[in-house]
Design a protein around this ligand. Structure first.
Ligand code: SF4
Length: 381
């Protein structure tokens, strides 16, 4: 049987070239091919027309004082809602995504056997904000006698290990959850009252991680400072709030500039809700909103990121050597609409993207506070 182009491409990626040219001598059922066809089969996915909690975002000032964005780029959502063609995901990408579901299913089985399972895939709707979502599971802490909302995430690789488990992570040495997932869980906490009416008070939620390469697991607990609103407190398994490492500059030899390390400023439930309100307005326009991430960091910013230990040496070298290299935010690198958004690639004119330019500076804590209040950078005398 002749291999599909996709199968040949896969074999090439794995370094296997001989099979692609072999002729079958016996008719063998091609389970791999069937599985791929099923993965790629078109399926109808109705939409409620609401936003998803996974589309959350929030303008913040990060740990090093740089105005930044947590979460989804509004321009990306605008392209998606306006029917722009997105780059297709290949079978390997689709299979990788299904792994998350397999893991959730297996975990739920395990929690059922353990007698702590309460419910799974709980749909939530907040009509007042036009936002919906689905909680992975609720388990029950019999000792504390209350339910616990759980969001399951899995991943693998260097960045996952660094971010979640803290390997070579000088900012959060014991790891920290993905920012987008923190906002997702904040929504569950914000909207949990109907769940509590049935199952009882649920003061915090858990983000449960599994490393798909070696099966290590890890959990983070998240609660909101005002119960149902406010800022998120991210805690380790002992209930201790995780804060960025104040000795970052000493611990990270790659950091040769002065930095003031502080907890992220501006991340609150109220500001996430406001961002959805501003998204609704942007979606009424025929023109896409401003870009919110860099396909390639401007030179000055890349240099500052390198000298504060945020940009790796290999990325910095690539940025220096090749003026057309897309060394920028990973959000743009993985964005399905980057060809539409950056039509000239890294040479695209960004002069109209004034909000993006806010990211070029690093602010003191006080300036950061001012920026969060006003949305404007402090004026330099
Ligand atoms: S390429 Fe970057 S800026 Fe453009 S839509 Fe995608 S994430 Fe947003």
């Amino acid at each position: 049987m002749e291999l599909t182009e996709e199968a040949k491409a896969f074999l090439k990626r794995t370094g296997e070239t001989s099979l692609g040219t072999q002729k079958s001598v016996k008719k063998i059922f091609q389970l791999t091919e069937c599985s791929d066809q099923q993965l790629n089969a078109p399926s109808y996915r109705g939409s409620s027309g609401m936003f998803y909690v996974t589309q959350s975002s929030c303008e913040i000032v990060d740990e090093l004082g740089r105005p930044n964005l947590w979460g989804k780029c509004h321009r990306q959502i605008w392209y998606s809602k306006n029917g722009y063609e997105r780059e297709p995901i290949d079978s390997i990408g689709l299979r990788r995504m299904s792994y998350g579901v397999y893991i959730e299913d297996a975990l739920q089985d395990n929690w059922k056997k353990g007698g702590i399972y309460v419910q799974n895939n709980i749909k939530i709707r907040a009509h007042e904000y036009n936002v919906s979502g689905e909680i992975d599971a609720i388990v029950f802490d019999h000792e504390a006698n209350h339910p616990v909302i759980v969001e399951v995430k899995s991943g693998y690789g260097y960045t996952f290990n660094k971010n979640v488990f803290g390997k070579s992570n000088h900012l959060y040495q014991s790891g920290f959850p993905h920012r987008d997932y923190i906002m997702q869980v904040m929504w569950y906490l914000h909207l949990r009252k109907p769940i509590e009416k049935i199952h009882g008070d649920s003061p915090y939620a858990l983000l449960y991680y599994i490393d798909r390469s070696d099966c290590r697991d890890k959990q983070f607990a998240i609660e909101l400072s005002d119960g149902y609103t406010g800022r998120p407190a991210v805690m380790n398994q002992y209930g201790i709030e995780i804060t960025p490492n104040p000795a970052y500059k000493i611990d990270n030899r790659a950091c040769v500039r002065d930095v003031e390390i502080r907890p992220v400023q501006g991340i609150t439930m109220e500001r996430i809700i406001q961002r959805f309100a501003s998204l609704s307005l942007k979606l009424e326009s025929d023109e896409p909103p401003e870009r919110e991430f860099y396909l390639r960091f401007p030179d000055e910013m890349a240099e500052d990121m390198f000298e504060t230990g945020v940009l790796s040496r290999s990325k910095w070298n690539e940025h220096q050597k090749d003026k057309s290299a897309p060394v920028g935010d990973w959000k743009c690198l993985y964005c399905s609409f980057s060809a539409s958004c950056y039509p000239e690639g890294v040479d695209t004119d960004l002069s109209a993207d004034t909000n993006l330019a806010n990211r070029l500076v690093r602010l003191t804590t006080q300036e950061g506070e001012q920026f969060i209040q006003t949305g404007k950078l402090p004026t330099v005398a």
